[in-house]
Design a protein around this ligand. Structure first.
Ligand SMILES: Nc1ncnc2c1ncn2[C@@H]1O[C@H](COP(=O)(O)OP(=O)(O)O)[C@@H](O)[C@H]1O
Ligand SMILES: [Mg+2]
Length: 272
């Protein structure tokens, strides 16, 4: 699809569409939806950041919240070499001597009134964040240097960032951090919720697979290990394959084998 902004044709990105449902932990879902509310005509939504260990469900929460609002969701993966133009508009060679301008998923969400998820945004360098500064305050626009235009955010546009709590990230400058409020922190789920998440993500698994993976995860959470439900899903998927391929004599061996290969020898101390 093409839209024209200040006389410049912009080719839009596609929204993301996949099956994802948020299970349990209704509190963080309610906080995110609350942060996005506009309390009247002159009020602006907030730009929250979702934090938590890798694999706790940050991206899933952001996406599921967008879907609960019935909005299109656009996901942009932040990396150490994300440039300002990657975030806004990129020129693409179309033919000999002709360029077309492609709006990023973020700019597309701004134009269409969708939800932009800046995923693992803390990996982005300061220069890229600086280009978003006017979007994150009451100005609500970005400037594309490449296309020479100003792109205003649709009133329905919503933004959320996810940030991993690990060492591999930049420390954001304070002026950016202070614009990404509030912080919504996702913790490990309760046992019953975690089992429900495992069941949804391992539809082929018998209940004994779910129980063993859940016991392992709960034990690891008790020691504040970084293992999350995502790791549990990988362990369960691999263990079932090991059994099917007759690479393990029984489920318990398969689970141990899978944990060793997915998470390493150390993780085995959480197997009862
Ligand atoms: N509360 C939840 N409801 C549904 N699925 C979840 C939940 N928490 C985690 N998951 C599942 O765990 C996996 C990792 O979640 P993800 O959102 O990618 O984590 P993160 O973005 O924090 O690294 C996904 O497969 C997701 O479906
Ligand atoms: Mg993620």
């Amino acid at each position: 699809m093409v839209v024209v902004v200040e006389g410049v044709r912009l080719h839009l990105s596609h929204p993301v569409e996949y099956a994802a449902e948020w299970i349990g932990q209704e509190e963080v879902m309610r906080e995110l939806l609350a942060a996005w509310m506009a309390l009247g005509e002159d009020d602006l939504p907030m730009n929250p950041r979702i934090t938590g260990k890798p694999g706790v469900g940050k991206t899933t929460l952001a996406y599921a919240a967008a879907k609960r609002l019935g909005r299109e969701a656009y996901i942009m993966q932040g990396t150490v070499d994300t440039r300002p133009e990657d975030l806004i508009v990129q020129p693409v060679v179309e033919g000999p001597g002709t360029l077309k301008y492609v709006a990023s998923p973020l700019a597309t969400a701004m134009l269409r009134g969708g939800v932009a998820i800046l995923d693992e945004a803390n990996r982005m360098p300061e220069k890229s964040w600086a280009s978003l500064a006017p979007l994150l305050d009451s100005r609500r626009y970005v400037e594309s240097v490449v296309a020479g235009i100003k792109i205003p955010a649709h009133p329905e546009f919503r933004l959320v960032c996810t940030m991993n709590e690990d060492a591999s990230t930049f420390d954001l400058p304070e002026y950016i951090f202070s614009r990404l409020q509030p912080q919504i922190h996702i913790d490990f789920p309760e046992e019953s919720e975690e089992k429900a998440i495992l069941r949804q993500n391992l539809p082929m698994a018998e209940e004994d697979v779910i129980s063993l993976v859940s016991e392992f995860l709960q034990s690891a959470h008790g020691s504040d290990e970084p293992y999350t439900v995502r790791d549990g899903i990988h362990v369960g998927r691999y263990a079932m394959r090991l059994l099917e391929a007759k690479r393990a004599p029984d489920l318990e061996h398969a689970i141990r084998h899978a944990i060793r290969q997915v998470l390493g020898e150390d993780a085995l101390r959480h197997v009862l």
